[in-house]
Design a protein around this ligand. Structure first.
Ligand code: ATP
Length: 302
């Protein structure tokens, strides 16, 4: 759905995006992660032909961008930084206008598609109000509705939950899961690790303009080799596990060099109740912090 090859963007002496090879496949919920200033927005804009690459190649739905971007756009819904809307027009009118202005769509179904998009993002009740009276979260929802109105096969969303409260974030997550289950490929940029951890199947991690990791989320969260165990008698367990405990928090121990099975067997044999034992996995936060190190506002200047 999206492929880039050595995609690079330079702003004067700032190398904002540094030779990245993105690979977003059909059916993915792809999370494009990176600290502030790592180049996410610049990349998203290049994918959509809104910013010209300095060098490299972009293919969107099989079409070369920017040359043939118009061929790809009817199948792509996009929300890029600060959704734009005519402030004096209602949400409904904005969506109809946008649909009419875009690549040739089915005019007869416009009214229905607009209503459905408003419904999906929870704006159906306020669809008549002028957009200027909308809160930031409502504007963000309107931007999402605009991305949805054409029922795209691919959604490209730059920080889609910006400005939303926790309930709004959950609603957007549920919406994206629903759309994805119906066949829409989702590409979203975010610096919110929890959002990506809950939603995405594949991730790309950007740091200082470079793609430092790309692959299935599960690979990134691979087990650390340590085992977590929760026991009924922590004092007895602490004595028994002396030398292999990496960390202890109350009745929970992080243990090195012992598998789940072996640990359970030894504890139970010693008469210590085991309430749970599992291989420790890295959180996405830990994985990304490891990968991104210094922080990206220090973009490589060459
Ligand atoms: P954030 O999460 O803060 O939005 P980002 O990952 O989207 O950050 P970009 O906005 O793509 O990062 O910026 C990447 C780098 O390119 C930054 O150093 C930024 O200052 C620089 N940059 C972006 N746009 C321009 C521009 N129009 N002119 C000059 N430099 C720019």
């Amino acid at each position: 759905m999206i492929r880039t090859h050595s995609l690079t963007k330079r702003y004067g002496r700032v190398l904002a995006v540094d030779g990245i090879d993105l690979d977003v496949r059909e059916g993915d919920r792809y999370g494009f992660l990176g600290p502030n200033g790592s180049g996410k927005t610049t990349t998203v804009r290049m994918l959509l032909g809104l910013v010209f690459a300095t060098s490299g190649h972009v293919e969107l739905m099989g079409h070369t961008v920017p040359r043939h971007v118009a061929r790809a756009l009817p199948d792509v819904g996009a929300l890029v930084e600060g959704p734009a809307a005519y402030p004096h027009l209602s949400a409904r009118a904005n969506l109809r206008l946008l649909d009419a202005a875009g690549p040739a769509g089915d005019r007869r179904s416009r009214r229905r598609r607009v209503e459905e998009a408003l419904e999906e993002v929870g704006l159906a009740d306020v669809g008549r109000r002028p957009a200027r009276t909308f809160s930031l979260g409502m504007k963000q929802r309107l931007g999402l509705a605009a991305a949805l109105v054409r029922r795209p096969r691919l959604l490209v969303l730059d920080e889609p939950t910006n400005g939303l409260d926790p309930r709004g974030i959950r609603e957007v997550r549920d919406l994206l899961l629903r759309l994805n289950a119906q066949g829409t490929t989702v590409f979203l940029s975010s610096h919110l690790l929890a959002e990506v951890e809950h939603l995405c199947t594949r991730v790309g991690v950007l740091d200082g303009g470079r793609l430092v990791s790309q692959g299935p989320l599960d690979d990134l969260l691979a087990p650390t080799g340590l085992t977590v165990v929760r026991v009924g008698d922590p004092a007895a367990a602490a004595a028994m596990l002396d030398g292999v405990v990496v960390r202890r928090e109350g009745d929970e121990f992080l243990v090195a060099r012992t598998s789940v099975d072996e640990l359970t067997r030894r504890l139970v044999a010693a008469g210590i109740a085991v309430q749970g034992a599992w291989p420790q996995q890295r959180t996405l936060e830990e994985a990304v912090l490891e990968l991104t190190g210094s922080g990206s506002d220090e973009v490589a200047r060459r």
